[in-house]
Design a protein around this ligand. Sequence first.
Ligand SMILES: [Zn+2]
Length: 165
Amino acid sequence: MAEAFPVGPEGARFAADRMLGRLARWLRILGHDVAYGPHLGGRTLVRCARQEGRLILTRDTRLRRDPHLPPHVFVTSDHFREQLRQVAAAVPLGGAPLLGRCLDCNRVLAEVPREGAEGRVPPFIYQCHDRFLGCSGCGRLYWPATHRAHILRELAALDLTVSRS
Ligand SMILES: [Zn+2]
């Protein structure tokens, strides 16, 4: 069923089981909208997915017995790279803007003028970077250049290609 799950230009919408924290974070790095938190498990996860039209990612075998389970991917591996491969096989993951979301609270990030970052990031970071993104939810600032090389290496190892925006 996951094959038919719609993926818009802003990426896919997932509801990740609370057991899948590292996978959820990587899907956010890839720019996807991922509902995730300590409260999201079992029936709560299913309710969230149904109400918000999200694809369920779960390792919970009890959910598998539900014949009316909304679109879902049963994640079989313990290892996040294998998990990411499994999701990528079900849903195209490459189309969303890389590092477009807060890794902590899932909100879309907005450009912050460079002066606006002064004093909010370590001075050496401020000196070395021109581009900053901010989260309107938790206030966290991101400087994408630092993480981009690492992320692209990791994705290349996974045979995942992403847009470079
Ligand atoms: Zn945030």
